[in-house]
Design a protein around this ligand. Structure first.
Ligand code: NAD
Ligand code: TYD
Length: 352
């Protein structure tokens, strides 16, 4: 019994691997290309764990993936590997097409070949679990009901379009070849190891560095936030009991406007790490140019996962954000390590 976990050095993948070993001792092979978003420091606490093997490589490298599948014979593949940042997809979509679409296609082909060699029992027990996003459903009107699994796909950014394409490929490999797939579509995550190009970690970092807290447009866009460890418990549950060929929406019923999220972070920091001049971090908020094609609202209806698989998130937004702010305050060296030259270059391009 072994898992192959791709994208395991990124934000959610790393949290998942850590969560996995906190709950199981089943071995896991980690495969990650270590792009700017991948960081082996995220997995440092697993050093010396004989059940964990890290492999540096690309999901699109067929020879490598075939070798790993043949050697380790996993009972499941969990695919987190992706380019994940909407703003980067707007500035340069090509990597998104390459990894999210072409890479997922190559991975599916390798897995299909391997799955075809398994005996009957292993074959029916095998799972390919694809990690996706609520952004594939597009943008909701202010009073529209939250996205269910039946909501049509209407992706609006190169990122969400590339994720939608990968979801369709995964679906097609089930319908055409019978590959036992599962897909999860989760809302915005937050928590430890979140790369500081995304809203929540960027705001915490900038606040502490005395820099501006950039809010796109009017800040009234709504996202539905889930603490990353709750996403991990949902994935474990879907892997364990999800119905093959089905998709599961994952979310914690936590819709917040961006302005509310940023204000909440400022208030938490005002308590936990007050500015030396005694003023509020809210004074650092600046409204900046909006993101092109900015989706106004996402909201996930997680009823199916709750009802059919009995999953519930453990954190509220308030408890999760308090833990997250604490983690960033305690791990400022992690932030400094990821804030490389390339990261600074990105900030200059995006915010000046
Ligand atoms: P991330 O950008 O932090 O991490 C992605 C990881 O994938 C990195 O470690 C990177 O090195 C690796 N990677 C990229 N291209 C690769 C390739 N070709 N081969 C192997 N590894 C590669 O992203 P994340 O936030 O951890 O997201 C993980 C998955 O969850 C993605 O599929 C994303 O679409 C999905 N998702 C993210 C969120 C969110 O809020 N972050 C919400 C829902 C779903
Ligand atoms: P982000 O964390 O990039 O996630 P996503 O675009 O996948 O939802 O952004 C979350 C929200 O915050 C989104 O509406 C864009 C907004 N945002 C800002 O207002 N300012 C920023 O500097 C960033 C990075 C995002």
């Amino acid at each position: 019994m072994t898992l192959l976990i791709t994208g395991s050095a990124g934000f959610i993948g790393a949290n998942f691997v850590l969560d996995w070993f906190a709950n199981h001792d089943e071995p896991a092979i980690s495969l990650d290309k270590l792009t700017y978003a991948g960081n082996l420091q995220n997995l440092a606490s697993l050093e010396g764990n004989p059940h964990h093997t890290f492999v540096h490589g690309d999901i699109g490298d067929t020879a490598l993936v075939n070798r790993l599948l043949a050697e380790y014979r996993p009972r499941a593949v969990i695919n987190f590997a992706a380019e994940s940042h909407v703003d980067r997809s707007i500035r340069g979509p090509e990597d998104f097409i390459q990894t999210n679409i072409v890479g997922t296609f190559h991975l599916l082909e390798s897995v299909r070949g391997y799955w075809g060699t398994l005996g009957a029992a292993e074959k029916s027990g095998f799972r390919f679990l694809h990690i996706s996003t609520d952004e594939v459903y597009g943008s909701l009107a202010p009073t529209a009901s939250a996205f269910t699994e039946q909501h049509p796909y209407q992706p609006n950014s190169p990122y969400s379009a590339s994720k939608a394409a990968s979801d369709h490929l995964v679906r097609a490999y089930h319908h055409t070849y019978g590959l036992p797939v599962l897909t999860t579509n989760c809302s915005n995550n937050y928590g430890p190891f979140h790369f500081p190009e995304k809203l929540i970690p960027l705001v915490i970092r900038n606040a502490l560095a005395g820099e501006m807290l950039p809010i796109y447009g009017d800040g009234q866009q709504i996202r539905d936030w889930l603490y990353v460890r709750d996403h991990c418990s949902a994935i474990r549950r879907v892997l364990e009991a999800g119905q093959v060929g089905e998709t599961y929406n994952v979310g914690g019923w936590n819709e917040k406007s961006n302005l509310d999220v940023v204000s909440r972070i400022c208030d938490t920091l005002d308590q936990e790490a007050p500015r030396s001049d005694g003023r509020s971090y809210r004074e650092q908020i600046r409204f900046v140019k909006d993101r092109p094609g900015h989706d106004r609202r996402y909201a996930i209806d997680a009823t199916r996962l709750e009802r059919e698989l009995g999953w519930k998130p453990a954190e509220t937004f308030e408890s999760g954000i308090a833990k997250t702010v604490r983690w960033y305050l305690d791990n400022q060296d992690w932030v400094e390590n990821v804030a490389s030259g390339a990261y600074r270059e990105w900030l200059n391009k995006q915010y000046t």
